[in-house]
Ligand binder design. Structure first.
Ligand code: SF4
Ligand code: SF4
Length: 187
């Protein structure tokens, strides 16, 4: 299985976004956007760290796609459900730091039905615009594909995942420093 040192950032310090309460959900997203606008000059380190995060996503994306393209078409229990396609607070911070639009989530969907972002060829969102959990989910068939390949490819893959975790951690840590300093409401 994928085992590696955790070098990211503990995102539980951020509030929970409740996709079951659409008004509150969108208010929180607007508040994050407003925070970025108000403290843009203080968030320079966030934007300085963002290109490394984008580069890490771009490096991993084709590799992960090559594995999912191999196994997902034959899957009988597709993992992409609406509830997994909704973002966490930290995902939204990442989207804004990377200059990405917040996807137009339809919250009035069955959370257990197939995710609204599934298209004919898989997820229609670019990887950096998906919830982070979507990149980090490795089902058993995917893990098998990873493990049966050359050891060097596997090591490189783990190293790229670690870089993604590190780069995202830097973005979130630098955001959190300002956010905490401003004593923002954490509910
Ligand atoms: S990632 Fe795994 S569980 Fe999800 S659709 Fe692909 S094969 Fe199925
Ligand atoms: S990968 Fe895309 S389609 Fe799958 S749960 Fe995530 S956002 Fe939805």
């Amino acid at each position: 299985m994928v085992s590696m040192a955790v070098i990211g950032f503990d995102t539980t310090v951020f509030p929970r976004l409740d996709y079951r309460d659409p008004d509150a959900f969108w208010r929180q997203i607007e508040a994050i956007s407003a925070f970025f606008a108000e403290y843009e000059s203080r968030l320079g380190t966030v934007f300085k760290n963002a290109p490394a995060l984008m580069a890490a996503f771009e490096k991993l994306d084709p590799l992960i796609d090559s594995y999912t393209n191999r196994v997902c078409p034959y899957c009988g229990t597709v993992c992409c459900a609406n509830k997994f396609g909704f973002p966490e607070f930290a995902d939204v911070v990442g989207f804004i730091a990377l200059g990405l639009e917040i996807p137009g989530y339809d919250l009035n969907v069955d959370e257990n039905e197939v995710c609204q972002f599934i298209g004919e060829k898989g997820c229609v969102l670019p990887r950096p615009q998906r919830p982070y959990r979507c990149t980090w989910y490795f089902c058993d068939p995917l893990l098998v594909q990873l493990e049966i390949g050359p050891a060097r490819d596997y090591r490189n893959f783990i190293s790229d995942l670690q870089e993604l975790s590190r780069a995202r951690g830097e973005v979130l840590r630098s955001f959190f420093q300002v956010w905490e300093e401003k004593g923002t409401d954490r509910r």
